[in-house]
Design a protein around this ligand. Structure first.
Ligand code: BTN
Length: 261
């Protein structure tokens, strides 16, 4: 389906600046997960930039096997297909975090912060999350399915989510135009994806660092080979790995879950 009126005007106005992300935007009432729909299309050879948006997800998923609560009309649930140059594929989650934060700021005036790799926070509460999943297209080339979820209304989240999450309307105390937020996020994604494809990797990393001031310099914990490690998060490197200073060394954390303490 084409996006409903709530989205159509903002998307039409933004279309000239959405690049590939404005050519084929498909809207669904309810899906299991927009990442499932995008992955199926990618496996059938769909173009990079196809965008899947759903009003609700019945099996929305987050990182580390978590579920992503996706009540109807309460958030933005969006996925797209990317085929970045191989050398920059590891930076997709970093670039996507920057883009979602920039899209939220452009559409609402809120200035979200980022926690590695790409959790989008307002203060101490999570506003949005990003899930990048890899796959192979029919021509044998790798693709990434990139999904993002943004909480828009404070509605109907399970109690454990409600306690550590926030939403745009909670933060702003007013109604939010989901179409405008979506259009601004896709526009920012088009711009940051172009940065990756054209080799402007340093710009992406600098933008990420600019939004991570409150989390860099903080103590973190993570598990490596079954043992709990602890250190101070100092930076991210050119591959998007978190650089952490421990008692005796500086180590790179490139996957897994990091807890901020
Ligand atoms: C996280 O922070 O754990 C990542 C959450 C990602 C949620 C989005 S909603 C759209 C897309 N479809 C999914 O099933 N997950 C992502």
């Amino acid at each position: 389906m084409n996006p409903p009126d709530e989205f159509a005007q903002a998307l039409a106005e933004a279309a000239p600046r959405l690049g590939a992300f404005g050519r084929n935007i498909q809207w669904y009432h309810t899906v299991t997960s927009t990442n499932d729909v995008a992955a199926r299309l990618a496996e059938q050879g769909a173009d990079a930039g196809v965008v899947i948006v759903a009003d609700a997800q019945t099996a929305g998923r987050g990182r580390h096997g978590r579920t992503w609560a996706s009540p109807a009309g309460a958030g933005l649930y969006v996925s797209t297909i990317l085929r970045p140059p191989g050398e920059h594929v590891r930076l997709v989650p970093i670039a996507a975090g920057v883009a979602v934060a920039e899209g939220v700021e452009a559409s609402t005036g809120l200035a979200p912060a980022l926690k590695w790799p790409n959790d989008v926070y307002v203060g101490s509460r999570k506003l949005a999350g990003i899930l990048a999943e890899g796959g192979t297209s029919p021509n044998g080339r790798a693709h990434a399915v990139l999904g993002f979820g943004i909480n828009v209304l404070p509605a109907a989240y399970p109690p454990d989510v409600a306690a550590r999450a926030t939403s745009l309307e909670t933060e702003l105390g007013r109604r939010v135009d989901r179409g405008l937020v979506l259009a601004c996020c896709l526009r920012a994604l088009a711009s940051r994806y172009a940065d990756l494809c054209d080799g402007r990797v340093a710009d992406v990393i600098a933008a990420w660092r600019g939004r991570a001031a409150t989390t860099l310099g903080r103590q973190v914990e993570w598990t490596s080979e079954g043992a709990m490690q602890r250190g101070v998060a100092e930076n991210i490197d050119a591959d998007g790995a978190l650089v952490v200073r421990t008692d005796g060394a500086v180590v790179r954390v490139s996957s897994g879950e990091v807890r901020w303490i």
